[in-house]
Design a protein around this ligand. Structure first.
Ligand code: SAH
Length: 263
């Protein structure tokens, strides 16, 4: 059996309780050494065999899983954040299916969430954006033409860009060409939840100079949209005393909290 496990985005206590248990019970751990915090390996059994997939090909990873399976051992394949985002897991799963090896998935805290936590953000603020676009600039992996940065920028929704911190000038130009203004709030979050975490708020127009000034070129997310400065959002109806919900009656009288100056 192979368990694909999300390691979380850095801090070792951000793995799920289930993921931690799977790590503790694993006979073999294959971890993505480029981004997974090695402190997580402290949970392993004494006789657990550990591989660093950063130094391996897909074929070698599958071979290691197959060997473990033949010996009746349990493997944890530990991926950074949540495996469902840019995790290259599907190809492993398909190879395992061909070999008749069973597998399952345990989610993790994606850097998508880690970055929001580092700035205490809510990506989906009423009156600002109710959508989050997750995408990337093309790198070694091409991005389909229909998913151009410009086409997504036209929505002016909240956008979270993975794998793009090394190309901030091109990204900034394409975001502006697509529809954001150069004053639209943006942020660069480096190594969210690691001790060296750094979160910089800037604008779409100053992404490149901010990245340059802070020396951030990788392991960072770029966040874009008005949700980052959270001014002028609407409070939720869900918790509004003037509204009734399935669980709560409308209040007879109430005082509204002064949330923020509406500019
Ligand atoms: N599956 C991972 C993403 C893997 S792709 C997840 O759910 O987070 C690798 C990219 O994720 C990096 O280039 C960077 O853009 C982002 N990333 C991963 N960990 C990060 C972290 N702790 N802080 C900021 N960005 C991170």
């Amino acid at each position: 059996m192979v368990h694909f496990v999300g390691a979380g985005c850095g801090a070792p206590d951000l793995i799920t309780v289930r993921g931690q248990r799977l790590l503790e019970e694993a006979d073999v751990i294959i971890y993505a050494g480029s981004l997974v915090n090695p402190a997580l390996l402290e949970a392993k059994k004494d006789n657990c065999k550990v591989y660093n997939s950063a130094e391996m090909t897909l074929e070698e990873v599958i071979e290691a899983m197959q060997q473990a399976e033949r010996a009746g051992l349990t493997t944890v394949r530990l991926h950074t954040g949540d495996p469902c985002l840019y995790g290259a897991v599907r190809e492993q799963m398909d190879a395992l299916e061909q070999l008749g090896i069973s597998y399952d998935s345990c989610p993790g805290v994606s850097s998508l969430c880690g970055a929001a936590a580092s700035l205490n953000l809510e990506y989906t603020l009423p009156g600002i954006s109710q959508s989050v676009i997750l995408t990337r600039m093309a790198g070694k992996t091409a991005v389909p033409e229909k998913e151009s940065i410009e086409s997504f920028a036209a929505h002016r929704a909240t956008m979270v860009l993975f794998l793009s911190a090394g190309m901030p000038s091109e990204l900034s130009a394409r975001l502006i060409a697509g529809g954001y203004t150069s004053e639209t709030p943006a942020a660069i979050v480096y190594k969210a939840s690691w001790p060296e975490e750094e979160a910089q708020i800037c604008t779409v127009g100053t992404l490149a100079e901010t990245a340059e000034r802070c020396g951030i070129h990788k392991t960072a997310l770029i966040l874009v949209g008005d949700a980052i400065l959270h001014s002028n959002y609407r409070r939720s109806d869900l918790y509004n005393p003037a509204f009734e919900t399935e669980y709560r009656k409308k209040a007879a009288s109430f005082r509204n909290l002064p949330l923020q100056p509406q500019t």
